[in-house]
Design a protein around this ligand. Structure first.
Ligand SMILES: O=P(O)(O)OC[C@H]1O[C@H](O)[C@H](O)[C@@H](O)[C@@H]1O
Ligand SMILES: [Fe+2]
Length: 183
Protein backbone atom coordinates (compact mmCIF):
# COMPACT_ATOMS: atom_id res chain seq x y z
CA UNK A 1 0.00 0.00 0.00
CA UNK A 2 1.55 3.30 -1.10
CA UNK A 3 2.35 5.49 1.92
CA UNK A 4 1.58 9.22 1.69
CA UNK A 5 4.83 11.15 2.16
CA UNK A 6 5.77 14.69 3.06
CA UNK A 7 6.39 16.88 0.02
CA UNK A 8 9.25 19.35 -0.02
CA UNK A 9 9.22 22.06 -2.66
CA UNK A 10 12.95 22.81 -2.60
CA UNK A 11 12.62 26.02 -4.58
CA UNK A 12 10.16 27.52 -2.11
CA UNK A 13 11.42 25.65 0.93
CA UNK A 14 7.84 24.65 1.67
CA UNK A 15 7.08 21.39 3.45
CA UNK A 16 3.59 19.89 3.19
CA UNK A 17 1.96 16.50 3.78
CA UNK A 18 1.99 13.98 6.62
CA UNK A 19 3.76 14.47 9.97
CA UNK A 20 4.56 18.12 9.25
CA UNK A 21 4.43 20.41 12.28
CA UNK A 22 4.82 24.21 12.30
CA UNK A 23 5.93 26.65 14.96
CA UNK A 24 6.06 30.44 14.83
CA UNK A 25 8.02 32.99 16.86
CA UNK A 26 6.72 36.55 16.98
CA UNK A 27 8.36 39.56 18.61
CA UNK A 28 6.22 38.98 21.70
CA UNK A 29 7.86 35.56 22.14
CA UNK A 30 11.41 36.95 22.00
CA UNK A 31 11.95 38.86 25.24
CA UNK A 32 15.60 39.69 25.95
CA UNK A 33 16.78 38.14 22.69
CA UNK A 34 17.52 41.45 20.98
CA UNK A 35 19.85 44.09 22.41
CA UNK A 36 17.28 46.90 22.32
CA UNK A 37 14.55 45.51 24.55
CA UNK A 38 12.85 48.93 24.89
CA UNK A 39 12.53 49.11 21.12
CA UNK A 40 11.16 45.56 20.95
CA UNK A 41 8.53 46.46 23.54
CA UNK A 42 7.50 49.45 21.40
CA UNK A 43 6.99 47.21 18.37
CA UNK A 44 3.97 45.04 17.48
CA UNK A 45 4.27 41.83 19.58
CA UNK A 46 2.40 39.91 16.84
CA UNK A 47 5.02 40.79 14.21
CA UNK A 48 6.24 37.43 12.86
CA UNK A 49 9.99 36.95 13.13
CA UNK A 50 10.37 33.34 11.99
CA UNK A 51 8.54 30.09 11.40
CA UNK A 52 9.90 26.57 11.52
CA UNK A 53 8.21 23.65 9.79
CA UNK A 54 9.50 20.17 10.39
CA UNK A 55 8.90 16.62 9.28
CA UNK A 56 8.38 14.73 12.51
CA UNK A 57 9.48 11.43 11.03
CA UNK A 58 9.90 9.30 14.11
CA UNK A 59 9.54 11.22 17.40
CA UNK A 60 12.47 12.05 19.68
CA UNK A 61 14.15 8.66 19.51
CA UNK A 62 17.85 7.78 19.48
CA UNK A 63 19.06 7.08 15.95
CA UNK A 64 16.24 9.07 14.31
CA UNK A 65 16.51 12.20 12.14
CA UNK A 66 14.39 15.32 11.81
CA UNK A 67 14.15 17.52 8.72
CA UNK A 68 13.15 21.15 9.15
CA UNK A 69 12.88 24.43 7.26
CA UNK A 70 13.25 27.83 8.93
CA UNK A 71 11.78 30.98 7.37
CA UNK A 72 13.32 34.07 9.02
CA UNK A 73 11.56 37.27 7.97
CA UNK A 74 13.45 40.44 7.01
CA UNK A 75 13.38 43.12 9.68
CA UNK A 76 15.21 44.73 12.56
CA UNK A 77 14.76 45.57 16.20
CA UNK A 78 16.54 48.91 16.37
CA UNK A 79 19.70 48.26 14.32
CA UNK A 80 19.73 44.50 14.98
CA UNK A 81 18.61 42.10 12.27
CA UNK A 82 15.81 39.59 12.91
CA UNK A 83 17.21 36.24 14.03
CA UNK A 84 16.32 32.93 15.62
CA UNK A 85 16.58 32.38 19.38
CA UNK A 86 19.55 30.12 18.87
CA UNK A 87 20.34 27.03 20.89
CA UNK A 88 22.78 24.36 21.93
CA UNK A 89 21.51 20.80 21.71
CA UNK A 90 20.47 19.24 25.01
CA UNK A 91 22.63 16.28 24.02
CA UNK A 92 25.66 18.45 23.41
CA UNK A 93 27.41 16.07 21.03
CA UNK A 94 24.55 16.04 18.48
CA UNK A 95 25.53 17.72 15.20
CA UNK A 96 23.25 19.29 12.56
CA UNK A 97 23.30 20.30 8.90
CA UNK A 98 21.85 23.60 7.64
CA UNK A 99 21.65 24.54 4.00
CA UNK A 100 20.63 27.80 2.35
CA UNK A 101 17.51 27.64 0.17
CA UNK A 102 16.66 31.30 -0.49
CA UNK A 103 17.48 34.77 0.77
CA UNK A 104 20.74 35.83 2.38
CA UNK A 105 21.92 35.80 5.94
CA UNK A 106 24.46 34.65 8.45
CA UNK A 107 24.84 31.59 10.66
CA UNK A 108 26.42 32.28 14.06
CA UNK A 109 28.32 29.28 15.46
CA UNK A 110 29.50 29.62 19.06
CA UNK A 111 31.41 27.03 21.10
CA UNK A 112 31.09 26.52 24.87
CA UNK A 113 34.06 28.86 25.43
CA UNK A 114 31.88 31.51 23.64
CA UNK A 115 34.22 31.71 20.65
CA UNK A 116 31.89 32.66 17.79
CA UNK A 117 32.37 32.09 14.03
CA UNK A 118 30.10 33.38 11.28
CA UNK A 119 29.21 31.69 7.98
CA UNK A 120 27.40 33.33 5.08
CA UNK A 121 24.10 31.68 4.22
CA UNK A 122 22.87 31.84 0.58
CA UNK A 123 20.99 29.53 -1.81
CA UNK A 124 23.10 26.35 -2.00
CA UNK A 125 25.34 27.00 1.00
CA UNK A 126 25.87 23.93 3.19
CA UNK A 127 26.76 24.28 6.88
CA UNK A 128 27.98 21.54 9.19
CA UNK A 129 27.18 22.40 12.81
CA UNK A 130 29.37 20.18 14.98
CA UNK A 131 28.30 19.03 18.42
CA UNK A 132 28.87 21.44 21.32
CA UNK A 133 28.19 24.42 18.99
CA UNK A 134 25.29 26.85 19.54
CA UNK A 135 23.71 28.03 16.30
CA UNK A 136 21.58 31.07 15.35
CA UNK A 137 20.31 32.29 11.96
CA UNK A 138 20.37 36.03 11.17
CA UNK A 139 18.49 37.52 8.19
CA UNK A 140 20.62 40.31 6.71
CA UNK A 141 18.60 40.47 3.48
CA UNK A 142 15.42 42.17 2.30
CA UNK A 143 13.47 38.94 1.73
CA UNK A 144 12.82 35.85 3.85
CA UNK A 145 15.87 33.75 4.70
CA UNK A 146 14.86 30.14 4.10
CA UNK A 147 17.17 27.46 5.49
CA UNK A 148 16.83 23.69 5.58
CA UNK A 149 18.02 21.64 8.55
CA UNK A 150 18.58 18.02 9.42
CA UNK A 151 19.40 16.95 12.95
CA UNK A 152 19.26 13.89 15.22
CA UNK A 153 15.77 13.51 16.64
CA UNK A 154 17.11 12.97 20.17
CA UNK A 155 19.22 16.20 20.11
CA UNK A 156 16.78 18.35 22.08
CA UNK A 157 17.08 22.15 22.34
CA UNK A 158 18.86 23.99 25.16
CA UNK A 159 17.52 27.55 24.87
CA UNK A 160 18.21 28.44 28.49
CA UNK A 161 21.98 28.98 28.28
CA UNK A 162 21.52 31.22 25.24
CA UNK A 163 18.58 33.06 26.84
CA UNK A 164 20.86 33.73 29.85
CA UNK A 165 24.13 34.71 28.15
CA UNK A 166 23.26 35.25 24.48
CA UNK A 167 25.85 34.88 21.70
CA UNK A 168 29.21 36.65 21.97
CA UNK A 169 28.51 38.47 18.69
CA UNK A 170 25.48 40.55 17.62
CA UNK A 171 24.83 41.47 13.99
CA UNK A 172 23.72 45.09 13.52
CA UNK A 173 23.08 47.12 10.38
CA UNK A 174 25.33 50.16 9.89
CA UNK A 175 25.18 52.28 6.72
CA UNK A 176 23.15 49.51 5.12
CA UNK A 177 25.71 46.79 5.84
CA UNK A 178 25.95 44.09 8.54
CA UNK A 179 28.55 44.81 11.24
CA UNK A 180 29.59 42.46 14.04
CA UNK A 181 29.44 43.80 17.59
CA UNK A 182 31.25 41.84 20.28
CA UNK A 183 29.26 41.31 23.48
O1 LIG B 1 15.20 26.59 17.49
P1 LIG B 1 15.48 28.06 17.26
O2 LIG B 1 16.79 28.54 17.80
O3 LIG B 1 14.30 28.92 17.63
O4 LIG B 1 15.70 28.25 15.67
C1 LIG B 1 14.95 27.66 14.79
C2 LIG B 1 15.51 26.26 14.59
O5 LIG B 1 14.52 25.39 15.02
C3 LIG B 1 14.70 24.03 14.77
O6 LIG B 1 14.89 23.54 16.06
C4 LIG B 1 15.87 23.63 13.91
O7 LIG B 1 16.99 23.45 14.69
C5 LIG B 1 16.22 24.64 12.89
O8 LIG B 1 15.59 24.30 11.73
C6 LIG B 1 15.88 26.07 13.20
O9 LIG B 1 16.94 26.94 12.89
FE1 LIG C 1 19.84 22.72 16.28
Amino acid sequence: MLQKTALFDSLQGKLTGDHVSRSRRSLGDLSNVFLNEEERLRMNPDQHVYEVEMHDSCGEVEGGLFFGVSHVHPGKVGDEYFMTKGHFHQKRNRAEYYWGISGEGLLLLMDEARVCRVEKVFPGSLHFIAGHIAHRLVNTGSSSLVVGACWPSDAGHDYESIQKDGFSIRVMEKNGEPVFVKQ
